[in-house]
Design a protein around this ligand. Structure first.
Ligand code: GTP
Ligand code: MG
Length: 197
């Protein structure tokens, strides 16, 4: 599936410009700079699908990618960077809440958490939004190439303990490094099940 055609469909800056419902959708959410766009590129096996950057806040709209006319990946704008002005944060919240509540084709949200930091308060707020919207979410730890084995084990335990208490969290935690390709086949296999229900 991922080896074939991946095309950028559109970027939506507000609820009026969302694409019409169609194929099953999988959205990627997480703090700014956590590695959402990089993970989408790693899954697709190309570095040029989604734009990545060192500057937090690179992705400002909901970007929709068609994967072989079977599945749609949604790269979401990140949250939680300190310099964001309040009106921008409010616009983000409106867009994300509206999207999550009004999207029957949204099958799952992949919630990325930086393995160096673990789950933070703004991730918990995101989880609250997903629990309320009844969107199933799966936590994926990113950038594990930055940790040693003991650190990986510690963050894995902490994260599992926290998601086990959540209503809509999918219990299978995946540890990834987009840079080193770790966990990518595992996540692809998981996603394929959503494209072939
Ligand atoms: P926003 O669009 O701002 O929300 O960010 P994002 O979540 O899309 O992050 P992006 O993919 O742009 O990556 C942010 C930075 O993290 C870039 O400098 C990436 O090179 C780096 N990065 C992403 N994934 C990894 C990884 O697995 N390992 C390491 N070491 N760095 C990574
Ligand atoms: Mg991005």
């Amino acid at each position: 599936l991922f080896a074939r055609d991946i095309t950028f469909m559109r970027g939506a800056v507000d609820l009026e410009t969302l694409p019409p419902f169609g194929l099953p959708e999988l959205a990627f959410a997480g703090r700014s700079n956590v590695g959402k766009s990089s993970l989408i590129n790693a899954l697709c096996g190309r570095s040029t699908v989604a734009r990545t950057s060192n500057t937090p806040g690179r992705t400002q709209e909901l970007n929709f990618f068609d994967v072989n006319s079977r599945l749609i990946l949604v790269d979401m704008p990140g949250y939680g960077f300190a310099s964001a002005p309040k009106d921008k944060v409010d616009a983000w919240t409106r867009l994300i809440k509206g999207f999550l509540r009004g999207r029957p084709t949204l099958r799952r949200c992949i919630l990325l958490v930086d393995s160096r930091h673990g789950i933070k308060d703004n991730d918990r707020e995101m989880m609250d939004m997903l629990d309320k919207a009844a969107v199933v979410y799966q936590v994926v730890l990113t950038k594990i190439d930055k940790l040693n084995l003991a650190e990986i084990e510690a963050v894995r335990e902490r994260t599992l303990a926290e998601i086990s208490k959540r209503v809509a969290a999918y219990p299978h935690l995946i540890l990834t490094s987009s840079e080193k390709g770790v966990g990518i086949p595992e996540l692809r296999a998981e996603i394929l099940q959503l494209a072939n229900p």
